[in-house]
Write a protein that binds this ligand. Structure first.
Ligand code: CTP
Length: 442
């Protein structure tokens, strides 16, 4: 494995990165130009670095920018934010800040080196040159920079042969301790391998396997692992990624009892199909947190206590926990939605669940009758709304108030069953429902 060499390698003449920079949106271009101007004034240097350089070369769309400053990144970021009217945010991390502008985000970081005193712990950080900054990065394809400085604006700085690896479609670490120093790179390697359909280079693969065998992921702060898992599950078609993780690492780092078998992967495939069916057919419903459904698929067989421990240790958010818990409980309850269930009962059964849960059930049970019922719920039942409100009950002088919500619920079910159309029809039914409710209380 080669040791990082510190030299500025000039770009091959056929490769004109400047042209790639032209593909950046005009807002981004403005930020790059302002950064460049400010850096010159402050006697600093600025560079575009990391994944954005990789993506520009691959001609992918670029949404966020990463800028490294040889100098004071906070100062540059603050000035940029002021000039473009963007929002400035300084981070706790050493010398880093973000400028948010419209839908864009630009991260500024002071060029630095990191020294790992012990494996898995946070590194000691100090300011350094761009080349040193690049040398601490994960893979050669992510360790390139583009100069934004006047004399060589647009020049590619490729000290670790990232461009050659990009062309060979290889994922290669920069040094042998890379996976041990930052084991999240095991998951990152799998993410880039699957996203770009690249190959993990031979020596890198061996080092990765060594890190996996030494259970390196167990040493990582679980919140960092969660972030990586979420990024993976947010990729299009995460099924391939999950399969690869299972093949290489397994999910024991989440919980020792997670076992994914052939049936789990059949489910993930059905889930993928169900999501694309939903996105085509139910365009008007809200966008789904698809990644959460895959996570639920990974965790579904855990008993509730173990599941809660994963939520707690990995710091999943409250709303995320609620959805996954409801999926776990709901997969059994929802079996009742099979065959000729009455429409109002179907509504009562389904309406407490999120779209994520409902689609999960749809994928979980491939039975025709159950799927037809779920589609009926999403297509028709969910849209049925009462014209009658609480204030209508008040206007009718109906008492006690405590029965209002129960009465409206019953009215909705009657509306579903009888197909009531007008408010007048609803109010007639309502009076009858209310009378019965009052009677049954006595
Ligand atoms: N990086 C690293 N090691 C990590 C995480 C990040 O070396 N564990 C470096 C890489 O140079 C990476 C850059 O920081 O390109 C930015 O990180 P991030 O935004 O997480 O990744 P991207 O490469 O931009 O990937 P994506 O396209 O998924 O955003």
């Amino acid at each position: 494995m080669c040791k990082a060499q510190h030299y500025h390698k000039s770009v091959s003449s056929s490769f004109v990165i400047g042209n790639r920079l032209k593909k950046i949106s005009s807002e981004f271009k403005e930020i790059l130009d302002i950064s460049s101007e400010l850096a010159a004034l402050l006697d600093s240097k600025v560079y575009l670095v990391g994944g954005v350089v990789r993506d520009l070369i691959l001609e992918k769309d670029v949404f966020d920018l990463d800028i490294v400053v040889e100098g004071d990144a906070i100062l540059v970021a603050k000035e940029v934010a002021q000039r473009i009217g963007g929002e400035f945010n300084k981070h706790h991390n050493f010398g880093t800040a973000t400028v948010a502008f419209k839908d864009y985000k630009v991260d500024f970081a002071t060029a630095r080196t990191e020294k790992y005193l012990s494996l898995g712990s946070l590194p000691k950080v100090r300011p350094d040159s761009l080349i040193q900054d690049l040398s601490r990065r994960d893979f050669t394809i992510n360790a390139m920079a583009i100069s934004l400085n006047k004399p060589d604006y647009g020049k590619l700085i490729d000290s670790y042969n990232g461009l050659a690896d990009l062309r060979k479609r290889l994922i290669r670490t920069l040094h042998p301790r890379s996976f041990l120093e930052d084991p999240t790179r095991i998951l990152r390697a799998i993410r880039f391998e699957q996203r770009f359909r690249f190959i993990i280079e031979g020596d890198t693969f061996k080092l990765m396997k060594e890190a996996i065998n030494s259970k390196a992921l167990k040493l990582v702060n679980p919140h960092r692992l969660r972030d990586e898992i979420v990024l993976i599950l947010k990729e299009p078609d995460p099924c391939r990624y999950i399969k690869r993780i299972k093949e290489l690492e397994g999910f024991l780092f989440l919980d020792d009892k997670i076992k994914l078998d052939k049936r789990s992967f059949q489910f993930f495939l059905r889930l993928q199909r169900a999501v694309s069916h939903y996105q085509k057919k139910f365009k008007k419903h809200r966008t789904l947190q698809v990644w959460l459904m895959y996570l639920a698929g990974i965790l579904i067989k855990l008993d509730p206590e173990r599941m809660e421990k994963v939520f707690h240790d990995f710091g999943f958010r409250k709303g995320e926990r609620i959805i996954i818990r409801s999926i776990k409980v709901g997969v059994n309850k929802i079996k009742r939605a099979d065959k000729n269930i009455k429409a109002y009962l179907l509504h009562r059964l389904m309406s407490p669940y999120s779209f994520e849960s409902i689609l999960f059930f749809y994928a979980y049970y491939p039975r025709r009758s159950l799927r037809k019922n779920i589609e009926n719920f999403l297509d028709k039942l969910i849209k049925i709304r009462l014209k009658t409100r609480g204030r209508d009950l008040k206007a009718l002088n109906l008492r006690p108030f405590t029965l209002y919500s129960k009465a409206l619920k019953k009215l909705l079910y009657v509306k579903i069953e009888k197909g009531l159309k007008t408010k007048k029809e609803e109010l007639m039914e309502l009076k009858y429902i209310f009378k019965n409710l009052v009677k049954s209380r006595r």
